[in-house]
Design a protein around this ligand. Structure first.
Ligand code: SAM
Length: 139
């Protein structure tokens, strides 16, 4: 599934548009969704399946320059765009790996924020287990 997704999303990376992130009504909705995540200044966050990084700016606005954002995607082409879209930020790290094995240190993250990517993750439990490992405990 990981290899399949990589091929599919590498193939459409150049023309992929996240309809939620273009200006207009949906963008207002996405602002509300991002507000509801409880992201705060200084947080360390993983965005799995970040694609071209369209949602990443919503996360970065909330965690600000004192936070840190890991962007993980199996598609290197999607990730190239994500790198360009977040190019001004030093507190961003791109990870070209399956989101179920990011290599991020255990017990180190404040949040995992996925947008429109979880439906592509299989088997789901593998991802949930990895996210639980890297999230800080006893918060
Ligand atoms: C529908 S796109 C959404 C991209 C982005 N989150 C957005 O909303 O614009 C799904 C993304 O998940 C990525 N993806 C699929 N399977 C993955 C996996 N196992 N690990 C990491 N990323 C994956 C794809 O490469 C693609 O970039």
């Amino acid at each position: 599934m990981e290899t399949e997704n990589r091929e599919i999303f590498n193939g459409i990376a150049g023309k992929y548009i996240n309809p939620w992130c273009i200006p207009g009504r949906k963008r207002k909705k996405i602002e509300k969704i991002a507000d509801s995540l409880g992201l705060k200044k200084g947080m360390k966050v993983l965005e799995p399946g970040c694609g071209r990084g369209d949602f990443s700016s919503f996360i970065l606005e909330r965690i600000t320059g004192s936070g840190f954002l890991y962007l993980a995607d199996v598609s290197e082409k999607m990730l190239d765009y994500a790198g360009k879209n977040t190019g001004g930020f030093e507190n961003v790290k791109l990870i070209r790996k399956c989101a179920c094995s990011t290599g991020i240190k255990e017990n180190s993250l404040d949040a995992v924020a996925a947008f429109n990517s979880f439906p592509h993750f299989y088997p789901k439990q593998k991802f949930v287990d990895h996210f639980s490992k890297i999230l800080k405990k006893n918060k």
